[in-house]
Design a protein around this ligand. Structure first.
Ligand code: ME8
Length: 522
């Protein structure tokens, strides 16, 4: 497989971007960058979810029209991508014409085809039930709890309201066996991690009810083809972004078009809150329309902040821009993906962040680079040292570096285990630090300069490999480190991973890549 299509959820624009949104987008960015360096043709999509009752209400509260409101606030998410140095190829907004046309066609195709039980996929009925605007989701009575205030709430904590209106339904109930079959048949990797796969499978096994897919009591959405009294359910609208951004249906017949090249998606990255929409509704919608389902959906865990749920009312929402201003972009990128096993929940704390930055980045990696490069600068002619024969210790460290890429490919491409990938890289960094101490080039300088050159070469070569594989995580710091090793810009991809540093190449004066973080008082 030479192509790779990865997507983030499209975020609700009424919310201010926070560290949770940054997390998902960042994880996708690391994968996109990794795959590009690995020679794959990548399409990386993110965007904004702009329709629905929640956004309509937020616009009203802001005293403006939904269009003016979404034009303004969707910029926050574009800016988030820029602040985080995200390498997305496209940014889709569901209010764009290309998207609305796609939704309408998807609806028409679903309506034109039969469900597996021979009945039509879409039928007109009446919805009477509970709806949570915050989640933009319907709930059954049995899923709700009644609080001390007498209000009914969804499992997410969102308040629900009673809704009764004419509605088109999607015959989800008829897709149950097809879905279970799809999860099982050679698609064990469709839902990750495995705990989520089990949850979703047992949810579907319990039986699916038909899904209301249109609303009549508000206007902010895509009109249902042939019945302008209805607008499409915002999740049907939103999920379609993954194909509308590829130019479907306009380019369906074009073998060179984005759709032919990139669909089905290799990975929809989402948070665990929206796994059901992506692993139950979305593949069923696609199959109903005669399109292929995505290859994989990975649902990561949830960040709390200093032990608490992030919320506007608690005033503890962590803004990525503030963290970047305080700690620097690459340390933030590193911390988020290193701290918590990907897929599990995590707690964001400033103390943990400072610890990671000072230990892993400043002490371990930063110091290694700075020590070795300034030693070469002063004592080895400011150029890549000339190695002699390698000892078993040299070979062991060189092999550890050389083995990294083969370790990372399955961790990232198959398992999305960012923390394990980083752990593997930092094990090599730790070995390199031990090697410097044991080999003591500062002693060799006085006793055996030929051996000193070999030791420095082994170290420089190890730093080169570490920097190459860390590029997807910390692009600008690793560019700086590779500059200091005089690695040409066109020799930084994985095809050049095994190309050794050329002895004698002049090296520029080094400068520290990761300063220690000193907490400011107050
Ligand atoms: O659900 N920890 O948009 P949304 C980790 N528009 N991740 C978090 C997080 C946290 N505390 N908070 C948010 C929607 N996220 C729909 C999606 S897709 C077709 C439509 C991340 O703005 C996580 O990825 O509520 C979660 O799934 C997503 O933001 C929800 O974003």
């Amino acid at each position: 497989m030479t192509r790779f299509y990865v997507t983030t959820p499209i975020y609700y624009v009424n919310d201010a971007p926070h560290i949770g949104h940054a997390y998902t987008t960042l994880a996708c960015d690391v994968l996109a960058r990794f795959m590009r360096l690995d020679g794959r043709e990548v399409h990386f999509l993110t965007g904004a979810d702009e329709h629905g009752q929640k956004v309509e209400k937020a616009a009203r509260d802001a005293g403006t029209t939904p269009q003016e409101f979404t034009d303004r606030v969707s910029r926050n998410f574009r800016e988030l991508a820029q602040q985080l140095d995200i390498s997305n190829d496209d940014f889709i907004r569901t209010t764009e014409q290309r998207h609305k046309e796609c939704c309408a066609e998807l609806w028409r195709r679903m309506a034109a085809r039969k469900a597996p039980n021979g009945e039509s996929n879409i039928y007109l009925g009446k919805y009477a039930g509970w709806y949570a605007i915050r989640d933009e989701a319907f709930y059954g009575e049995d899923e709700l709890t009644v609080g001390a205030d007498g209000k009914r709430r969804a499992p997410s904590g969102a308040e629900v309201e009673w809704v009764e209106e004419p509605s088109y339904f999607f015959r989800l109930s008829a897709w149950q066996d097809w879905l279970l079959d799809y999860y099982a048949k050679g698609n064990a990797e469709f839902i990750g991690p495995a705990t989520r796969r089990n949850e979703v499978t047992s949810f579907v096994r319990q039986g699916l009810v038909d899904l209301s897919i249109s609303r009549t009591t508000f206007k902010w959405g895509v009109p249902v083809p042939g019945d302008a009294d209805h607008i499409m359910y915002v999740w049907l609208d939103a999920l379609s972004n993954y194909v509308s951004a590829l130019g479907w249906p306009a380019n369906e017949a074009d073998p060179q078009g984005l759709f032919a090249r990139f669909w089905p998606a290799d990975l929809h990255m989402v948070g665990k809150d929206i796994v059901r929409f992506h692993t139950v509704y979305w593949p069923a919608f696609l199959a109903a329309a005669g399109l292929e389902p995505p290859r994989r959906v990975f649902a990561h865990g949830w960040w709390t902040v200093e032990g608490q749920k992030m919320s506007k009312s608690l005033g503890n929402v962590v803004k990525p821009a503030d963290m970047i201003a305080r700690f620097g972009l690459d340390p933030v990128r590193y911390f988020l993906l290193r701290e918590v096993p990907f897929g599990q929940d995590g707690d964001f704390s400033q103390a943990a962040m400072v610890r990671r930055i000072n230990t892993d980045l400043a002490n371990d990696l930063g110091n290694l680079g700075q020590r070795v490069l300034s030693f070469i600068q002063k004592n080895a002619g400011a150029s890549v040292p000339r190695p002699g024969a390698f000892t078993p210790e040299d070979a062991r460290l060189l092999d550890a570096g050389a083995g990294l890429l083969a370790q990372l490919r399955p961790e990232l491409a198959a398992a999305q285990a960012f923390n394990r990938a980083l752990e593997a890289i930092f094990q090599v960094v730790a070995e390199a630090n031990r090697y410097v101490d044991v080999q003591a080039p500062w002693t060799l300088r006085k006793t055996d300069t030929a051996r000193m050159e070999t030791v420095l070469y082994v170290l420089a070569e190890t730093i080169r490999r570490v920097a190459i594989v860390l590029q997807p995580f910390m692009p600008s710091s690793m560019a700086k480190l590779l500059d200091q090793l005089a690695v040409p810009a066109d020799a930084r991809d994985f095809a050049h991973f095994d190309a050794r540093l050329a002895p004698g190449t002049a090296l520029p004066p080094p400068s520290g890549v990761f300063p220690r973080h000193q907490e400011q008082a107050g």
